[in-house]
Design a protein around this ligand. Sequence first.
Ligand SMILES: Nc1ncnc2c1ncn2[C@@H]1O[C@H](COP(=O)(O)OP(=O)(O)OP(=O)(O)O)[C@@H](O)[C@H]1O
Length: 314
Amino acid sequence: MTAGSTNESRITFEALTKRYGARTVLDGFDVGVRPGSVTALLGPNGSGKTTALRVLLGLERATSGRALIGGREYRTLDHPVQRIGALLDASWVHPRRSAGDHLAWIARASGIATDNVTRALAEVGLSGVADQSAGTFSLGMRQRLGIAATILGDPRVLVFDEPLNGLDQEGVHWVRDFFARQTEQGRTVLLSTHMLQEVEHTADRIIVLGQGTVLYEGPTDGLESGESAVEIGVREHPDADELVHRLAADHGWRVEPLPAGTGGPGYLLRGAQVEQVTTALADTPLILRRVQESGSLEQLYGRLTATRADYIGR
Ligand SMILES: Nc1ncnc2c1ncn2[C@@H]1O[C@H](COP(=O)(O)OP(=O)(O)OP(=O)(O)O)[C@@H](O)[C@H]1O
């Protein structure tokens, strides 16, 4: 792959802000999506994932900032369907039209040679039902048909909104394998999801979206196997901050305050092990209320999105 084609496959959100009236949905959302990776845009319901994708696809205008495909905004692309394929809603298909006709119709409307229909149907395993009405398809088959439409123009960038929603196990596995095949060929896959459990097995990287901006961006595997960390909660104590920081300095841990909970302050101690922490705290006047290992995707997500309620309705 040439450097040029890598750049063409890159998605970039540049300080993207989107407001609906007084409501700020995206607030300087700024992140790049790497070619050759499956990247999950993760965030709670209403956090702005679909909005970010819709701006990328030219379906919404940004209030400020930009969303770029290979350095260009969607509306300036010469042959958009050959640059980016997107599936925002798999239910969008005429029920009486056959799978093949549905794709041929999209191909014609997009200026793509209809020969591509056969290739796309084969790629998603629907060749055998090409003449069957889409209305008779299961959700998983409709999803595959929607995916076939995204690859008609053989684009280097693929975007999906909640692609695993409602699928059974087999459907989920199929979609994951499909994504892996695409990135092996150097394509960029960006998907949105609000389901954390999906991410670890589906994506190589995650972008956590909250408070309208990027709360975290990084690989999914490092989250589980990376540096150890321990979350603690202690009872209110006038010197709690100072004591925790002193312990951390003695042991070489890094301290991050956690969002205030009930009953006392909380801290994330990076580089610490649970046993070290409980032993060290036993020599202080601090009373431990809770302690748990951290560093997993679930804990990270919980922590990052803990303050989202402050933002909604702003
Ligand atoms: N056209 C619009 N006018 C006003 N508000 C809108 C519009 N589109 C989206 N919103 C609001 O923007 C917020 C973000 O919506 P968005 O669909 O981007 O979130 P999401 O993260 O994709 O959530 P979900 O997982 O529920 O789809 C929501 O509160 C939504 O009500």
